[in-house]
Design a protein around this ligand. Structure first.
Ligand code: FAD
Length: 470
């Protein structure tokens, strides 16, 4: 067992963690990350729009439940965030939303550029999983981790930045890394960190689960060229959604489309049958960012592709202010681990920017924090983690998926109530289910088939398992 003291520990090495590390004044920092981040899976499509229009769109999507300070901070930071990428020599090209890194695998390419910079800066990046928080007098004063080489380390720190991503890996089906499983949010819940809006998860209908291809999200033009069928070849989508998909207008009916795919997935398999000319398919393979998935296949060989809806983005997480501060004075959060920016739903193309901008702000807050330090000390209490079982993840998918109802939520509560001892991750799932039971309306990305759809509501907050709406 190794024991260390560091000024700053950052959990997570995605866009938020990397940008936080790069902008820290001190070199006395350790980044601990379980390899595999959603930032590597992501194409990094970055939305650029006129500020006022972007704000209106964010507030409309989020049903005005967004924290407006966070919205303004994000919008004021976009130009600089893109300039900083350019200064780091990240090649960008125009995209349908704004700009996108110009590489075959953008997330991986940008990460390589960051890693080189961080190495030059002398930052230590440790492969490992944080499984424990050390507490002293109600404050988090360090973390315990299992390294990828099987060692156990304990690191005491003055400041902690939580950049561990969202909680989509808690679901049996998700479009990102299984490591992004809300484990640090679970530790945070038990340590008294304030969490919010955890019942809001964004789902996506098009995860490829066909073993011939990589298990990844597919989007863009190919969706307009498929007939969606069950295993007997019957089409199952409503006419409205079929038409929207054909006309590439499905973004406007995304929630209904996701619900129709989810309903089918609970009954049986889903296949996307390619309905396009050979010429179109060949061009798509060579020119489209998703074309490389099908590179080794002719159109007829690809034929019908098995798809499944999946959890895509966590809207909820740790409550932060516009300096990335949590309710603990030495703990900061950024990126998908944090919450408040998107209200009840998010529009595409802002998640990576959120991670970059608030990652940098977390670092700047620490740089300017003077002597507001937590005492470095041992002999403290600890909060430990155990991953949820495959059985629980499948229950989470079936009962906390795109469409929920009272019966399913009670089922998951009963399952957890019947356990003799409940782990931190299980407690996180339980408070999410409980919040879903307490919410009185379907809104934004939250859908309960037994509740009416409303256009305004309050955010949910969880502190030490106490749930409030405000
Ligand atoms: C397929 C896909 C496509 C996307 N496309 C876009 C897009 O085009 N544009 C856009 O803006 N957004 C997109 N997103 C969303 C965006 O990529 C993410 O929201 C963003 O990258 C999150 O960055 P992050 O740094 O907050 O977290 P992540 O990149 O998820 O990094 C979190 C890190 O923390 C680590 N971690 C978790 N728990 C622990 C632990 N206990 N101990 C140690 N480490 C831990 C994880 O392993 C991971 O390395 C996409 C997401 C996916 C999955």
């Amino acid at each position: 067992m190794e024991f260390l003291k560091k000024e700053v520990v950052i959990i997570g090495g995605g866009a938020a963690g990397m940008n936080a590390a790069l902008n820290l004044g001190t070199r006395d920092c350790m980044v601990i990350e379980t390899p595999g981040s959603n930032s590597v899976f992501s194409p990094w499509n970055l939305m650029l729009k006129e500020k006022d229009i972007q704000k209106q769109e964010m507030l409309a999507a989020g049903n005005n439940m967004n924290d407006q300070d966070l919205v303004d901070t994000l919008l004021n930071g976009i130009e600089e965030a893109v300039q900083n990428l350019e200064k780091m020599k990240v090649k960008l090209r125009p995209s349908n939303l704004g700009v996108i890194p110009d590489y075959p695998n953008p997330g991986k390419a940008v990460r390589d550029i960051y890693m080189q910079r961080l190495e030059e800066k002398g930052h230590q990046i440790l492969g490992g999983r944080v499984v424990e928080f050390f507490m002293n007098d109600g404050r988090i004063v360090g973390v315990g981790a299992e390294t990828t080489s099987g060692k156990r380390i304990e690191v005491l720190c003055n400041f902690l930045i939580i950049a561990s991503g969202g909680l989509t890996g808690l679901f049996e089906y998700h479009t990102g890394s299984p490591q992004v499983d809300g484990s640090v949010l679970a530790l945070g819940l038990r340590s008294g960190l304030l969490l919010r809006d955890l019942e809001f998860t964004m789902f996506h209908p098009f995860l490829i689960v066909d073993k011939r291809f990589p298990r990844c999200l597919v989007s863009g033009d190919i969706l307009t060229k498929m007939n969606y069928q069950d295993e007997d070849g019957n089409e199952f989508l409503s006419r409205k959604i079929t038409k929207a998909l054909r006309e590439n207008r499905h973004h406007y009916v995304f929630p209904q489309m996701t619900r129709e795919f989810y309903a089918q997935s609970l009954k049986g398999k889903i296949f996307g049958h390619i309905d396009a000319s050979d010429k179109w398919f060949d061009e798509f393979k060579n020119q489209n960012e998703f074309g490389r998935i099908f590179k080794r296949f002719t159109k007829d060989e690809a034929g019908k592709i098995q798809l499944h809806p999946a959890a895509h983005f966590s809207i909820g997480g740790l409550a932060i202010d516009n300096r990335a501060r949590t309710n603990h004075s030495n703990v900061y959060a950024a990126g998908e681990a944090s919450a408040g920016l998107h209200g009840s739903n998010r529009i595409g193309g802002l998640a990576v920017l959120e991670a970059l901008i608030f990652g940098k702000i977390a670092a700047q807050s620490i740089n300017g924090s003077g002597n507001a330090r937590a005492p470095l000390c041992r002999g403290c209490d600890s909060v430990k983690l155990r991953s949820p079982s495959a059985e629980l993840k499948s229950l989470v998918w079936e009962n906390l998926g795109p469409v929920k109802n009272k019966e399913g939520l009670e089922k998951i509560m009963n399952f957890l109530d019947n356990k003799e001892k409940i782990s931190a991750s299980e407690e996180l799932i339980k408070v999410i289910a409980k919040t879903c039971l307490l919410r009185r309306e379907s809104i934004g990305a939250f859908c309960r088939e037994d509740l009416p759809v409303k256009k305004n509501s309050k955010s949910s907050y969880i502190e030490k398992s106490k749930i409030t709406f405000r």
